[in-house]
Design a protein. Structure first.
Length: 180
């Protein structure tokens, strides 16, 4: 979260704590969207970062979704939370990126072209290199697929539309559980 106070910008993490260190950030901001109830959308995006403080290697998350808006929203949320994010537009891309980069977590839509999330999951679990990568389903099929996804082996399931808190908490929990 960014706060502009008396000409200075303070960078806060998701828990409202000030981020310390000698870092410089460049931001791209998009016009705010207003409705009758007030501000509904405003996303500053970090476009570059330089730092004199050491950084720990971030966990890598692969997002697979055929809708650009969904990928962009998840990418913004997860990047802002400190994750290294890779993106795939379909199931075939997801498999190729997963095999090349071996992410810490894969967040995927179940309905994608070329190869759907179910097929991607089966392929990942059949490959020794990707067998242990936890997968999280994010889909608009409400709760219809929830039981089947969890029974199949997905570690978590989030329905679209999702809240940013639900997505971030679920991702953090999976990363913490599978990083041990």
């Amino acid at each position: 979260m960014l706060l502009r106070l008396a000409g200075a910008i303070r960078l806060l993490n998701d828990y409202g704590r000030v981020v310390f260190g000698e870092s410089r950030y460049r931001f791209r901001t998009y016009p705010a969207i207003f409705s009758e109830s007030g501000l509904t959308h405003f996303w500053p995006q970090v476009i570059s970062r330089t730092s004199k403080t050491p950084r720990f290697m971030a966990n890598t998350i692969l997002i697979a979704d055929d809708h650009d808006d969904n990928r962009e929203l998840m990418q913004l949320l997860l990047s802002a939370a400190g994750y290294d994010v890779r993106e795939a537009r379909n199931g075939s891309e997801c498999l190729a990126i997963a095999r090349e980069h071996l992410p810490d977590l894969i967040v995927m839509d179940l309905s994608m072209p070329e190869l759907d999330g179910w097929g991607v999951f089966r392929e990942l679990k059949a490959d020794q290199r990707t067998l242990e990568i936890p997968c999280m389903a994010v889909t608009a099929h409400a709760d219809l697929d929830r039981g089947e996804a969890l029974k199949t082996g997905f570690k978590a399931y989030v329905s679209k539309p999702f809240s940013s808190e639900a997505l971030l908490e679920t991702v953090a929990g999976l990363i913490a559980t599978h990083s041990k």
